[in-house]
Write a protein that binds this ligand. Structure first.
Ligand code: FES
Length: 285
């Protein structure tokens, strides 16, 4: 997509907003009425973040020697309530942690896991980093863009098919390496892994999600939804945490993970030990 680039020099916020692509976060700079509709609300913080949420926020703060260290999990807590980090969410974190809105905003806009637009019931992340891309990740992402798009328009990065927060809605994103290259190409749904994907498998997966099903991930925890995953990322688990962990803990390595080590073992390959390698001379200062 080609977007107009504003002329250098003084320019008003509306121009900046109009020139920004959909990936650009400038809502805080220029709240365009249409963009802001449904995103910025006039509701008091207490109406959005009730006593239960405040209690969890206090619980998080108590886990750290300095309250500001609780910011990252607290942003996940905010997302577990609203499905994204809204301006109200930023204000809530700032108030709880005695930080400025700008300090919270700087962190929330730095990490891609913090969403600045309302997310779908499910977040589908397709790895398009080098190995996954070569193994079919790019083709899977394109296929899902078309499959989830509407009126002949493919769905864009961080855009949602359906109404955000409503059942069956899906936010699609392309992701950098998800640390599962041995099982490429991979997709995550709410950060749970679906390994060794194909275009067909990926389409079947999103169809099932849109139909209200919760397909079992290849490994890890059973599928929940984006808000549920965010609550866990904030550090809050089901009451019977021991049982929960027993249910999700599984082998952290697959046959593919150990392939190189097995080949080396079978062929008697060994790496040189460190003391066999002469250290380079270092010039004295
Ligand atoms: S490149 Fe996709 S998981 Fe590493």
């Amino acid at each position: 997509m080609t977007t107009a680039v504003p002329e250098p020099g003084a320019k008003d916020a509306a121009t900046t907003h109009a020139a920004a692509g959909p990936d650009t976060d400038v809502i805080a700079i220029a709240p365009d009425p249409e963009v802001a509709a449904g995103i910025l609300t006039e509701a008091p913080l207490e109406d959005i973040f009730d006593e239960g949420v405040v209690g969890r926020a206090q619980d998080l703060i108590a886990r750290y020697p300095q309250s500001r260290s609780a910011l990252l999990p607290m942003l996940h807590l905010v997302q577990s309530v609203q499905g994204y980090v809204s301006q109200e969410g930023i204000a809530f974190c700032a108030k709880q942690l005695e930080l400025s809105d700008a300090e919270v905003s700087a962190v929330a806009t730095f990490y891609t896991m913090y969403k600045r637009k309302p997310c779908g019931e499910h977040l589908v992340s397709v790895c398009t980093n080098t190995l996954c891309a070569a193994m079919g990740g790019d083709a899977i992402y394109k296929k899902l863009q078309t499959h989830l798009g509407s009126d002949g328009e493919p769905l864009g990065h961080n855009e949602t098919a359906g109404t955000p927060n409503e059942p069956g809605s899906i936010t699609l994103e392309h992701a950098e390496c998800l640390a599962a290259c041995d099982l490429a190409p991979v997709i995550q749904v709410n950060y749970e892994f679906f390994d060794n994907q194909t275009e067909e498998k990926a389409v079947a997966l999103v169809d099932a999600l849109q139909a209200g099903k919760k397909p079992a991930p290849t490994r890890g925890a059973p599928l929940t939804n984006f808000k549920g995953a965010e609550l866990q990322l904030a550090g809050f688990f089901p009451e019977d945490e021991r049982q929960y962990r027993t249910d999700i803990d599984g082998p952290s390595q697959a046959v593919e993970t150990l392939r190189g080590a097995k080949l080396a073992q079978d062929r008697g390959w060994v790496a040189p030990v460190a003391q066999d390698v002469p250290l380079p001379e270092v010039e004295k200062k």
